[in-house]
Design a protein around this ligand. Structure first.
Ligand SMILES: NC(=O)c1ccc[n+]([C@@H]2O[C@H](COP(=O)([O-])OP(=O)(O)OC[C@H]3O[C@@H](n4cnc5c(N)ncnc54)[C@H](OP(=O)(O)O)[C@@H]3O)[C@@H](O)[C@H]2O)c1
Length: 280
């Protein structure tokens, strides 16, 4: 993930600890283990006003492969806001109250018995699985060892917390699904967004030729990231402006119009990938 620079617009980064001092409500057992902490809790589905900051939310014991991370910054992802509004209600309603949040950047506070790649005090960043119930909007979050990576010193915690879930979404699409390889042509529809921007950088690093669509204010940034062509979807006819066909199309917008354009520009046997959420 080191090659992916921060997304341009961090939706909102919460730094629970910075505003009021570290660990202001966390309880630590006699053995030095954190047993409860402050967290942002979702007691029922709704708008942002339903979120509650609660003290003394339980911190479960670590499983052998798990890591306790002291949060320095977490970011708000589209999945978080959708879950808050009721996406996945059939799965999540029986589990309320939930702690939302996928992304985190912070410091390792404790290690499960089998964790070998990290040490206490190390700066890390990472993202939870989409279905994790205890999210990262807490002073202490629990992630598995393989969901974390050392935080590069060149990025701040706030920047690092905006990267993982979006970049991993891009990685899964272009590496795991499309299996892009050097010399291939990739079209990223919506390159100005977090997932699209990460996809451009990952594909350029893999030696692909990348074309993207974006708003006018994003063009310079996406060309600087290595896209060979950036087409303003608000001003140009995409099918006239974009020449040739593509080995893979990542459609981060997923509306009928972008789907039509994306499929029309695909090579025979190529991959069209959309980020439209499934209904749950
Ligand atoms: N972020 C994640 O971690 C994540 C993970 C899984 C799935 N998703 C899903 O993936 C989709 C994109 O998420 P995101 O976080 O990347 O979005 P985002 O950061 O909010 O960016 C969306 C961008 O799309 C651009 N855009 C809007 N309409 C467009 C069009 N017709 N053609 C081309 N560009 C257009 C705009 O860019 P300009 O500023 O250039 O106009 C806008 O900034 C969402 O449906 C989201 O739910 C996101």
């Amino acid at each position: 993930m080191g090659i992916v620079s921060m997304r341009r617009r961090i939706s909102l980064s919460l730094s629970l600890s910075d505003s009021v001092g570290w660990d202001w409500k966390s309880k630590v057992s006699q053995r030095g283990i954190v047993t409860s902490c402050r967290a942002v809790v979702l007691p029922r589905f709704g708008g942002p006003e339903v979120l509650e900051v609660r003290p003394n939310v339980e911190v479960p014991d670590l499983k052998p492969n798990e890591v306790l991370v002291r949060a320095r910054a977490v970011s708000v992802n589209p999945l978080d806001t959708r879950m808050r509004s009721g996406y996945g209600r059939s799965i999540f309603e029986p589990l309320l109250p939930l702690i939302l949040g996928r992304d985190i950047s912070g410091e390792v506070a404790a290690l499960g018995a089998s964790v070998r790649s990290l040490i206490v005090g190390q700066e890390v960043f990472g993202a939870l699985h989409p279905t994790a119930i205890r999210g990262t909007y807490a002073d202490y979050a629990i992630l598995s060892e393989d969901e974390l990576a050392p935080k590069p010193v060149a990025v701040t915690h706030v920047e690092a917390s905006a990267i993982p879930f979006a970049a991993l979404t891009a990685w899964r699409a272009i590496k795991s699904t499309a299996r892009i390889s050097e010399g291939q042509r990739l079209l990223v529809i919506g390159g100005g967004g977090a997932v699209g921007f990460a996809a451009i950088q990952l594909s350029v690093a893999a030696g692909c030729h990348v074309t993207t669509t974006c708003g006018s204010q994003s063009i310079d940034r996406l060309l600087a990231a290595g896209a060979e062509q950036a087409v303003d979807y608000t001003a140009e006819d995409l099918e006239l402006a974009i020449k040739g066909n593509f080995d893979a199309v990542l459609d981060t917008i997923g509306v009928p119009e972008t789907e039509r354009v994306g499929i029309n520009l695909l090579k025979r046997g190529g991959h069209y990938m959309t980020l439209q959420l499934l209904s749950l």
